[in-house]
Write a protein of this length. Sequence first.
Length: 108
Amino acid sequence: MTGLAERQAALVRALVAAGQLPEGFDRDAIGTASKALLRKRSGEVGDHLPHVRATLGDRFFALFAAWAEGRPKVSTHADAEAFTAYLESIGELPEQSRRRRLFSPRRT
């Protein structure tokens, strides 16, 4: 991997997987971009799990952010499945979801 490719990979890790911030980047700007990407990711998962998002309300994003910390995205469907399992493991999965575990048929 070239020096540029290594720096780019480090930047991506800092943005989406809580990696160490590469030298020369503005911490505040990267933090803002990282939060925006996490919000986008949580919205995509929420679209796959509308009943979970609706039931958890304002807690959805906080729970998602806690789960997603240090976990890079594989796919939205995989995130939805893993997040549902996480919610179940901590006793936060809504009753309706425990009974049916509904997922959108589309995969991204």
